[in-house]
Design a protein around this ligand. Sequence first.
Ligand SMILES: [Zn+2]
Length: 506
Amino acid sequence: MSLLTEPANPLPLRDYQQVAIENLRNSLRAGHRRPCLQAPTGAGKTRVAGEIFRLAREKGHRVVFTVPRIDLIDQTLRSFWRDGIGDIGVIQADHIETDWSRPVQVASVQTLQKRGYPAADLVIVDEAHTVFKFITEWVAHPEWQKVPFIGLSATPWTKGLGRIYDDLIVVATTAQMIDQGFLSDFRVFAPTHPDLTGVKVVAGDYHEGQLSDAMNKTQLVGDVVQTWQLRAEGRPTLVFAVDRAHAKALQKRFEEAGIAAGYQDAYTQKEEREQIRRNFENGRYQVVCSVATLTMGVDWDVRCISLVRPTRSRILYTQIVGRGLRTAPGKDHCIILDHSDNTLRLGFVTDIHQERLDTGDKKAAEERSTPLPKECSQCAFLMLARVRECPNCGHVRKAPISNIEPGEGQLVELKRHGRGTLPSSASEIQIMQRKIPLGSFYAQLRYFAGEHGYKPGWVQHRYSEAVGAPPPYGFRMLEPEVSCYEVHSWVKSGLRRYGKLMRRGG
Ligand SMILES: [Zn+2]
């Protein structure tokens, strides 16, 4: 088996990747031995890993990079090579890239389980949100206490992950990646709402069999196809169903409506997968129905997602939506047809954020700073709770504003030029003597940015600086508001202080 030619030069590091590397070094210097890096799809986690390899090599250190499944080995190798990172060996029986002399070794957890702990001065655990007993024991093993283990994940929100890893370093968030153009923007419609009465919750998510029964009803399956015809604009679409029976029922209904649809699941063989991929890319299939989320369509040009898999898991939801956020030539945004109520239940994926790893105590588990989205009664477009005029169809919501504003929220105390700390229910920021709702604060920053020709990233940056957390995704739909004296002065004082930064960013 031949993969690609060995690469020569790595891609240059992006600014935020450089910052992440610096934060990682500081974390290790501060004595952490189990830091976890959070990087959404598209943030270039392989490039960051490549830089860690380089630094380790400088010290003559040997790195082992683990992946959760054996079939991810070649995909991982290709990603490294695409980023110009080479000199990587593979620990796997009869693999062509087997070469113990190379300073970095990629291995699946299954192979290591069979062979035991390999020699390593540094271990990187990819997809760290998937917790294996083998890794947990390795990390805790007395002889490995001085060896750093670095977790990598787009969604490090697994319960108890903070008992394995001791520090969280956010390389980038999905919202930042969208703002900087590294990920595609998206628009969500919630055309139908599933009736999940009687579906039990087991281990934090819906019981799959009961969920399949609830979702695999003739009427609902028909709605999915109809909605696609109405709203998908013929875009290449991935459909995420509950289980195989449900996905097959959806595929059948699409075909009956004259829409060419493929089907793929975890059991689909490699050659057939390649054929499905080709059919999707050359337009032979308009739709591919599936249940799995981890391996398929990672780099397909997906422009619409039909989400028919209700979940309470932020990890699963974020991974599904992430399949549609790759950028591509001519792609303005991804359309998400949400038949699952996941967005109404969990918020926009860009609003899902966790400051710390979950250590199992209740406090860390849920940190929601953002009111959940509201639905336009005319077109089912989902928007931020306090937006009254639908950005999609212009319909103005009648509800009195007091009902949709967050209630008696707490304040973010703004320290002079410092970051605030955001209590989970914060809805206002105090600047001098004035208390300003966070949405209004954002809208005023937008106004200021508009007046001075600053890019959207400037607003994100100033907001995060003041509030101590990124703005909710939906805030970008807010119309600019004329800045009050207090906000104006705060920005101006920052301008003096950050003059250099501004000129670079603006
Ligand atoms: Zn509307």
